[in-house]
Write a protein that binds this ligand. Sequence first.
Ligand code: ATP
Length: 259
Amino acid sequence: MSSTEKHIVLAENLTVGYTPKVVSEKIDFQLNQGDLCAIVGVNGVGKSTLLRTLAGLQPKLSGSIQINDSNLESYASSKLAKELSVVLTEQPASKNLTVQELIALGRQPYTNWIGTLNEEDKKQVQESLTSFLLEDLQYSRCHELSDGQLQRVLIARAMAQNTPLILLDEPTTHLDLYHKVQILKLLQELAHRKQKTIMFTTHEIDLAIQLCDKILILDGAENPFGAPCELIEQKHFERLFPAEMVLFDAKTGSFKVNK
Ligand SMILES: Nc1ncnc2c1ncn2[C@@H]1O[C@H](COP(=O)(O)OP(=O)(O)OP(=O)(O)O)[C@@H](O)[C@H]1O
């Protein structure tokens, strides 16, 4: 690790699941400040279970998770809300709020009990609106938005929470290719420009290869982790799907149907 890199998440020999059912085990990875990382793998392999475990929403079965050099379990929930923000697939209950109001909820860990926004809170909300191209929509109600717009609002709320780590479960589902790329490029910008560490689950492996700094492949065995080019060289993507159906083309970093 170079002196400029600060590690934000460290998972060692981690097992996740639902007691007593082990969903995925032998998970090891480390993410540094400013890393954009995708968790990929076939349906049901445990991507969302891992993400929820990293977010402290469900207990790990064994192994260790460190966030900013402290064990995840040692954080009180109020302190954890300043370390990590989470964007889940469930739709928010508060869709009657305006875009600006929903994003302002991201400031809750910092506001007083009635939620009064100070100058810093307002600045963070404004920056999030601008970064996620939402200024024109700020007074629209969330139920009036398209899936792509709503996804940008939910990520902007996580950005307003201003945590070193952002975790997202399938942020690009239900979006067309243009809007998938738009979301992933906005996440990449947030990671690289604002030095946030971002980890998300996805089925968009081709896009993750192009845009992410790191990928964790949950394959139910070795769970390889590394830079996309290293994983390609080590032929890990070839083994992800049965070759009689889907082939990986290492030259283009994309999957093809085996006709
Ligand atoms: N609340 C739960 N209780 C018990 N088992 C669960 C629960 N939620 C999920 N599972 C099981 O855990 C396994 C992993 O599910 P998970 O949703 O983490 O996989 P995934 O890789 O995210 O899948 P997908 O790509 O389909 O979204 C599945 O076998 C699923 O049935």
